[in-house]
Design a protein around this ligand. Structure first.
Ligand code: AMP
Ligand code: ZN
Length: 471
């Protein structure tokens, strides 16, 4: 049975989906005004682990991640560069999808763009006007939070701090800034993008887009809504207020939020200038698998401090695990050797323990500890030559299962190109002729291409540094 910590109730709860065997989940996506940074990817990786684990447990998952392609920041960015909003946001949307692929984050089923769902937002705002939760002021439309009696339940915000009628129309505001929030922003300047709708000329506020798009693709209520902890207030609080006030029923059953990725104990954020984009780190030569590992290996409800030391150690761990798998794959136990039954039991139990750990609010740290324990046992069995063909199949199939969640071993085997095969041959020839300078030069050349050569007594062994398999 799965249990998740629900921010709404402040408790770990049994997970019961609305429809048996199915999970509908919504994930707040990026505002596409720049490249996403590692803090953002902490949230997306947590959501990826959640999604993968739900699928692993047999659920059919429908995930929606919005793309915010209209807000104060995207408009300002396009204006600064003197390009159209669509051209500007397309660039960062494309980059975002490339980054997701690099980090092996499974695609969601839907990536709706805010600008393509204005109609749904207008409909929702009209309902709020009809029911008296929204009011007009100077051409804009606001949500009156005092009228929604459950306002503040998710964030445990104290409503006494709000002065009646105080309004805010920025998309972002600080903690404790409890004010009526904007649903529809009146067109102010002539060069700002706007939509001529029944509500008057203007554009939507940020919060309404997530309500409109989640309801369109998932219905209401749906099972799980996720985000980083900064989304709790005001964004998710406002989503609940709008959706429940408009439709008169519960919006979401489980709210899951990941804690921040920090740098020197401060939130990694664009506004603080303390961020690294994924691209910054790939340019520095770090591998996507190591970055993925760094972000997934700390439980999502514990803060994670980013350091280069931590990243280096993640890289070493991924390398060690890849080396371990290559070692297992390459061992050729004698067909007559008997099965190591103690080890077989350990392999089976590790799988169960891993699942049990993740079922408990995605306790990945505990889950990984079981994997490392198994690696130790298998290494000992290999050293002592107590490892047979059945054991080999058991280990490989279990690691294949682990990787359905971890996603770090998934690269498909590649064929070495004729050029690389030629270089390896040339190097062997050079070694035979004792031309060690040439042999070493070729070895270095191959290293730049990510390949490592090891000279064993059975000949040369070639492997990819990233752990990528060779056909
Ligand atoms: P944004 O583009 O700022 O709306 O953020 C996109 C996602 O990244 C949201 O789910 C945020 O909660 C999340 N996020 C932003 N910064 C961090 C951080 N430092 N650590 C964890 N999640 C973050
Ligand atoms: Zn959102």
């Amino acid at each position: 049975m799965l249990h998740f910590y629900n921010t709404f109730t402040g408790k770990k709860e049994k997970f019961i989906p609305i429809r048996k065997g199915r999970v509908k989940m919504y994930t707040c996506g990026p505002t596409v005004y720049d490249y996403a940074h590692l803090g953002n990817f902490r949230a997306y990786i947590f959501e990826d682990i959640l999604r993968r684990f739900l699928k692993y447990q047999g659920y059919e998952v429908t995930q929606v991640m919005n793309i915010t392609d209209i807000d104060d920041k995207t408009i300002a960015g396009a204006g600064r560069e003197g390009v159209g909003l669509a051209e500007f946001t397309k660039r960062y949307t494309t980059a975002f999808f490339e980054d997701l692929k690099s980090l092996n984050i499974e695609p969601a089923e839907f990536y709706p763009l805010a600008t393509k769902h204005i109609e749904q937002m207008v409909e929702l705002i009209k309902k709020l006007l009809d029911k008296g939760y929204a009011y007009r002021k100077d051409g804009s439309i606001y949500f009156r939070i005092r009228d929604f009696k459950n306002y503040g339940r998710l964030s445990k915000m104290n409503l006494d701090m709000v002065r009646p009628g105080s309004r805010i129309d920025h998309d972002e505001y600080g903690k404790g800034d409890v004010k009526d929030f904007v649903l529809w922003k009146a067109r102010k300047t002539t060069d700002e993008p706007f939509w001529d709708t029944e509500l008057g000329p203007g554009r939507p506020g940020w919060h309404i887009e997530c309500s409109a798009m989640s309801i369109k693709y998932l219905g209401q209520p749906f099972d799980i809504h996720t985000g980083g902890e900064d989304n709790i207030f005001p964004h998710h609080e406002n989503e609940i207020a709008q959706s429940e006030a408009a439709l008169g029923k519960k919006f979401v059953n489980y709210w899951l939020h990941c804690k921040f990725l920090l740098v020197n104990n401060e939130k990694m954020a664009k506004s603080k200038g303390n961020f690294f984009t994924l691209r910054n780190l790939l340019d520095k030569g770090y591998k996507p698998g190591a970055i993925r590992w760094l972000l997934l290996s700390t439980h999502y409800r514990a803060t994670l401090n980013f350091t280069f030391k931590g990243l280096k150690s993640a890289e070493e761990t991924v390398q060690r695990l890849n080396d371990f798998l290559s070692r297992v794959k390459q061992c050729r136990p004698d067909a007559r050797k008997k099965e190591n039954r103690v080890l077989s039991r350990k392999i089976m139990n590790s799988g169960k323990k891993f699942e049990k750990a993740l079922s408990d609010d995605l306790n990945i740290s505990k889950g990984l500890a079981h994997i490392f324990e198994l690696v130790r046992s298998v290494n000992i069995a290999l050293e002592k030559d107590r490892f047979n063909r059945s054991n080999l199949v058991q280990v490989l199939s279990l690691f294949e299962k682990f990787d359905l969640i971890l996603g770090i071993f998934e690269q498909k085997p590649v064929k070495l190109t004729a050029q690389i095969r030629g270089l390896i041959k040339k190097r062997q020839q050079a070694r035979r002729q004792k031309d060690f300078i040439l042999a070493d030069r070729i070895r270095k050349e191959l290293f730049v291409k990510g390949l490592i050569l090891e000279d064993t007594k059975d000949g040369v062994r070639c492997r990819y540094q990233s752990g990528r398999e060779i056909k």
